[in-house]
Ligand binder design. Structure first.
Ligand SMILES: Cc1cc2nc3c(=O)[nH]c(=O)nc-3n(C[C@H](O)[C@H](O)[C@H](O)COP(=O)(O)OP(=O)(O)OC[C@H]3O[C@@H](n4cnc5c(N)ncnc54)[C@H](O)[C@@H]3O)c2cc1C
Length: 405
């Protein structure tokens, strides 16, 4: 089978790209190694441990792709405030949606909810969807790429987009070089129920071992749930994973200074090693990398999928513009326009997060003073705070049409 454009990976980012190009007239095929089953959503079902904080820019983009109503119909938890503080100092900063005349700062949504809402739209489109089709081999064949999928199926296309996540097979099979840093952090991810309501606030406490986030979740009218991302040293993570549920709830409550009262219940815990990866190039002739296949960033930023959705929107915009001018979409000059718009933005955020993370892990007194006085300074300057809020809303930088107001 031959396609004009082949997207490997139907996660949130690959599915968004396919939807953004559904009316382009291109023969578009989206392949994924998983079954892509659309199970009916149970409102009382437990929370998926993988959630994302979707920015306002991502919300707009998902709205324009037609997926936002499907997300709201399932489950999405708006958050209106952010509360960030240094657990071993005095620094404290609070952001409020009202300060920039917005209703919300964003929504916490389970990844599978976003993906199902996107897939629902794709099922009604002309995009070819191949499930249970894991990419195993890929090589150049004339002007095309020839891809071998699990089960021996093969596909060819002049343009392949890698949206196959942090351990991208496309990146590996094409020998695309990356820069990688081990954060020496593992993240424990789960959902917990607290005795106090979450106040529609995203909380982040910087502990000596790493950041601990409590992100508000809502089940019907019940606002006592939070999604936890606890980044800590591998040794500490191993110790916490070995605790029974009661012991873990007590340790969590203590690490969070009991801000939401008692931690009454924890769901199953998942432990993920954290690595930062960045592809040295996002493009090559006939090839583009988007989302986590191009970059993975520390979850303390809560920005991974937001960056990936913007990659998808910018690539779709550049491909549509090139199509309008009659240019070959696989041409490196066309693809480089996407890279030029996205790489500086992604790199700047990754560098800022790395600096932030180092600053909060540092023990020397001058650095402790710097972070406490820095947080205090931002807290006391309304214009600096507004800048941070705009960043959290995803409203800064060169936004693609799909994400603009
Ligand atoms: C602990 C943690 C917390 C996070 N919190 C946030 C947050 O609050 N906000 C935020 O924005 N981001 C967050 N992120 C990051 C976010 O989860 C990722 O950025 C996002 O999932 C990337 O989406 P993606 O579509 O690029 O990749 P993925 O979601 O990884 O999707 C990749 C897809 O490719 C498919 N695939 C993989 N290999 C193959 C293959 N060989 N052949 C065919 N298909 C394949 C997979 O089945 C999958 O469907 C967090 C990440 C972690 C680890």
């Amino acid at each position: 089978m031959r396609a004009d454009l082949l997207i490997v990976g139907a996660g949130m980012v690959g599915s968004a790209l396919a939807l953004a190009l559904r009316d382009s007239g291109l023969n578009l095929v989206l392949v994924d190694g998983s079954p892509l089953d659309l199970a009916p959503f149970e409102a009382q079902a437990g929370f998926d441990p993988r959630v994302s904080a979707l920015s306002m820019a991502s919300q707009r983009l998902l709205q324009r792709l037609g997926a936002w109503p499907g997300i709201l119909a399932r489950r999405a938890s708006p958050y209106r405030r952010m509360d960030v503080w240094d657990g071993s100092g005095t620094g404290h900063i609070r952001f409020d949606a009202a300060s920039v005349h917005a209703d919300v700062l964003g929504h916490i949504v389970e990844n599978r909810v976003v993906q199902d809402a996107l897939l629902e739209q794709l099922r009604d489109s002309s995009v070819g969807l191949l499930a249970n089709a894991r990419l195993e081999q890929m090589r150049r064949s004339g002007d095309d790429w020839l891809l071998t999928l699990s089960g021996g199926r093969s596909l060819r296309a002049p343009l392949v987009v890698a949206a196959d996540g942090a351990n991208s097979a496309v990146r590996r099979l094409t020998g695309t070089p990356t820069r990688e840093w081990d954060y020496l952090h593992h993240a424990i991810v789960t959902s917990v129920r607290c005795s106090e309501p979450n106040q529609a606030t995203a909380w982040q406490r910087f502990t000596d071992d790493g950041p601990l986030a409590f992100l508000p979740l809502q089940q019907g009218d019940d606002r006592h749930w939070c999604s936890i991302v606890w980044s800590t040293t591998p040794v500490q993570a191993e110790r916490l994973m070995k605790l029974d549920d009661l012991g873990f709830c007590r340790a969590l409550e203590q690490a969070f200074e009991g801000r939401l009262g008692q931690v009454l219940h924890t769901d199953l815990r998942v432990c993920v090693p954290l690595r930062q990866r960045h592809a040295k190039r996002y493009v090559a002739p006939g090839l583009a990398l988007i989302g986590d296949a191009a970059h993975t960033i520390h979850p303390l930023a809560g920005q991974g999928v937001n960056l990936g959705l913007l990659d998808a929107a910018v690539l779709a915009e550049e491909l549509a513009a090139a199509q309008g001018r009659g240019e070959a979409l696989a041409d490196l000059r066309v693809l480089s326009r996407y890279e030029r718009r996205r790489m500086p933005h992604n790199l700047a955020l990754m560098a800022a997060m790395q600096g932030f993370e180092r600053l909060f892990q540092a023990d020397p007194l001058p650095l402790r003073w710097l972070r406490n006085s820095g947080l205090g300074l931002v807290e006391s300057l309304p214009s600096a705070k507004a800048l941070f809020v705009r960043q959290a809303l995803g409203l800064s930088g060169d936004l693609p049409q799909l994400a603009r107001p």
